[in-house]
Design a protein. Sequence first.
Length: 164
Amino acid sequence: MSETLFTFLDSPIGPLLLAGDGERLSRIGFPSGKGVVAPRPDWRRADGAFASARAQLGDYFAGRRHAFDLALDPVGTPFQLEVWRALLDIPAGETISYGELARRIGRPAASRAVGAANGANPLPIVVPCHRVIGANGTLTGFGGGLDTKRRLLDLERGILPAML
C-alpha cells in the first residue's frame, strides 16, 4: 500500500484537504460540516502534490470548469462505487433526486441506500454529490453544509459569479 500524502487548497469555501498517493486523489475534505477530514498521523504533508487537482479545482471556483479530468482512487463498496460513477453523469448546474439516481443505476427501490452512498462520497465537488437533492426539490444533507451546497450549485448555474 502506498503512502498517503495530503495538502490543503485554499478555496472560497475554506481550506479543502486533498489526500491520496500524490497523483490520484482518494479524499477531499471540507473545512466544516460533517465532511471535515483531518490528516491522520501516518499521512505525510506534501504541498507540491496534486498539482492537477489544485489547478482544476481553482478553475472550477473561477467558473472556468464544471467537470474534472483527474486520476481518482476512491475507496468504497462496489455499490458505493457504482453510485459515485453515476454522479459523474449529472451535468453541471443540474440536480436530480436520490430516487432518480437510484433509477439511473437500475435500483429504483434503493433511494435510501443511494442517499447513504452519496453521503459517503470521499471526493465531493470532483464527484458531484452536491447535485443530488430531495424528491421535493429541497437541498438535503451535504458534507460541507447546505450553504456550501447552495453556493456550488449557484456557481455552476451562473447565478453566483466566480468565487475566486
